[in-house]
Write a protein that binds this ligand. Structure first.
Ligand SMILES: Nc1ncnc2c1ncn2[C@@H]1O[C@H](COP(=O)(O)OP(=O)(O)OP(=O)(O)O)[C@@H](O)[C@H]1O
Ligand SMILES: [Mg+2]
Length: 252
């Protein structure tokens, strides 16, 4: 399980993020970026954050630690912005906390990164179909001179419309839109990384996701969606295993 913490204060909204994440203090005295269940894509985006974050860690990509955070909407009361008030109210209960990297700056191409490190990130993004690593919006941070990957909520698009396993598995990846394509070639790391992303690695990643975010979403009915959290975990493992098996279709 992920650590469980309680939000004690809402500090500010991170307006660069489309989903309006909040900077929040928690009862362990840590500061976290909170991604809210009530934001646009709902809990699915948080499932993608957890699963892809775990896969990133498994293949030695730096990504901030995650925790489950209990949010009482009272903490947003002093926030003057109505949009924030509404989001925090809609998100009462469990949300996702991302360890805040203080003083980090957005990656730009003037920062040197080793080719192998770039290749691991490009490989992971191609595997999980991440569309959010462009030059305009890199979702990569530099912190203490190292590269950190954040914002994996838009990955695993298959969970927004279940039933397309083969199409997802074989869909090509748009490398031309990835900020690290010119630096790292995923083919150079494929054998090494695909050996690390085993069915057990995938199952362990899914075990981190709370049941309530895997249950069918009554507000977005999908007749082909898995019936319960256990079936959902199996389905994610199955889709990602199928994509790994189809690597020749999505490698550059
Ligand atoms: N762990 C972190 N430490 C420091 N800054 C962070 C962290 N997470 C996010 N940020 C900052 O907040 C911004 C928004 O976060 P994030 O990209 O996760 O949100 P989002 O709403 O999913 O964004 P997008 O608009 O890309 O979909 C980031 O671009 C970054 O500047
Ligand atoms: Mg972002």
């Amino acid at each position: 399980m992920l650590p469980q913490i309680v939000a004690t204060a809402y500090l500010t909204a991170l307006r660069e993020g489309g989903s309006l994440p909040g900077l929040v203090e928690a009862d362990d005295d840590g500061i976290y970026v909170v991604k809210f269940t009530g934001a646009g894509q709902g809990p699915k985006a948080l499932v993608a954050e957890i699963v892809v974050g775990a896969l990133a860690r498994a293949i030695d990509i730096r990504t901030p630690e995650l925790a489950l955070i209990d949010v009482d909407p009272e903490i947003g009361r002093r926030e003057p912005d109505e949009e924030v008030q509404e989001l925090v109210t809609k998100s009462a209960g469990m949300n996702l906390a991302v360890d805040f990297l203080p003083g980090s700056v957005g990656y730009d191409r003037n920062f040197d990164i080793p080719a192998a490190e770039a290749a691991r990130i490009v490989w992971l993004d191609a595997l999980v179909a991440n569309v959010d690593r462009s030059a305009r919006n890199t979702n990569l941070l530099i912190w203490h001179r190292n590269l950190w990957a954040i914002d994996h909520g838009a990955c695993l698009r298959f969970h927004h419309a279940w039933g397309g396993r083969e199409a997802f598995a074989a869909s090509p990846y748009n490398y031309s839109d990835h900020v690290l394509t010119a630096i790292g070639d995923p083919r150079t790391v494929h054998d090494q990384l695909s050996a690390l992303v085993t069915p057990a690695t995938l199952a362990t990643a899914l075990d981190l996701v709370p049941d309530e975010w895997l249950a069918p979403d009554p507000t977005r009915p999908d007749p082909r969606a898995p019936d319960d959290p256990a079936a959902a975990r199996e389905a994610y493992v199955d889709y990602l295993s199928a994509r790994l098996d189809a690597a020749e279709r999505w490698l550059p």
